[in-house]
Design a protein around this ligand. Sequence first.
Ligand SMILES: Cc1ncc(COP(=O)(O)O)c(C=O)c1O
Length: 395
Amino acid sequence: MQFAKWTEVAQASVTREILKITQQPGVISFAGGVPAPELFPVEELTRAFAEALTDAQSSLQYTVTEGLPALRESVAGLMTERGVNCSADDIALIHGSQQGLDLVARLFLEPNDLVLVEETTYHGAVLAFNPHGVRFLAVRMDDQGMDVEHLRELLQQERPKLIYCTPTFQNPTSVSLSRPRRQVLAQLAAEFEVPVIEDDPYFGLQYDGEPQPVVKSFDQEDQVIYVGSFSKILAPGLRLGWVVARPDLVSKLNIAQMGSTLHVGTLLQHAVQAYLQTGGLPGHIKTLCDAYRPRRDAMLSALESVMSEVGRWSRPDGGFFVWVRLLEGFSSSRLLEAALAEKVAFVPGDAFYAAGGARDNCLRLSFSTPNVKEIEEGFTRLRHGLTQIKGTRIR
Ligand SMILES: Cc1ncc(COP(=O)(O)O)c(C=O)c1O
């Protein structure tokens, strides 16, 4: 068997490997980046699927790749709330944002192309881009997200094909790009004519402060390809997301979709449209925020009492993660070993550096699935794990 060359560099995601460990009984996991299953709106979705099946002859049939106009109009309505004026024609339906990354990559990337990514970035995007044999270059980040002046320098020196960015509650750091930088990012994309993928699955999961307008809302020249998802705000098992882009790109994306899966499931489209028509989504997102906020707070206070001598971390306004940077002399892989021995899991930070530069000193802790009690218990165990490694300073 002769596999394609890119498979030689393909690695199973570290996150997935750790997630296997978290399946073991008694493990408290801060590793996953998945929504809390007890918060899924099961009754509402049951009703929506039942309603979709009342018109079974259409909802169980193939449909056109573009998908249901009514659903695309509802998504355009969601985008208006995010500051983007668009219509159903600007929207392509996809199987979750992950597929959006795959399809956009197919439209743009060729072997040896350069993709600019944030210093830490979503590993799934790397998996989607890798089959095209691309190179990655990292743009520096700080507590306001991507450093757009560094981006400008890189754009002056290099000719990247794409910029990939997760501006809202980034996976893994939960850092959000400041409003002025969002504007500059859109301007730079226009000036240098480099498309930006704005991957935005955490939009809406905002526990404090006001939401920032999405980068796409500053996009005068149509260089931003916005990728949205129902995974985090409704349920990832639906596998439904959307792309907002200019109509010619949407049309090419639909051709790529045709070659991939023909279209997003018809029943799913009818059901999600039925759900959206009830007007329940904003209330559901508020319920999610009210449930995740205390988990975030519990994690922040547990960090304060357990890890203040070994690390520093951000205080996220939303999303699923706290990003911890260990102080000099402490190692995240060593801490992971000690944590796993105590039946606590997290993801070491190295997994999120696509363009190198990883040091063994960061961790991504997720507060989305454990409840407040479990978070507290997890940190009690971590405290014990820490006493095992303190002083050993393995690096
Ligand atoms: C930044 C980012 N992009 C994309 C995805 C994939 O999400 P979806 O379920 O919409 O495919 C995730 C999932 O965790 C993510 O964190």
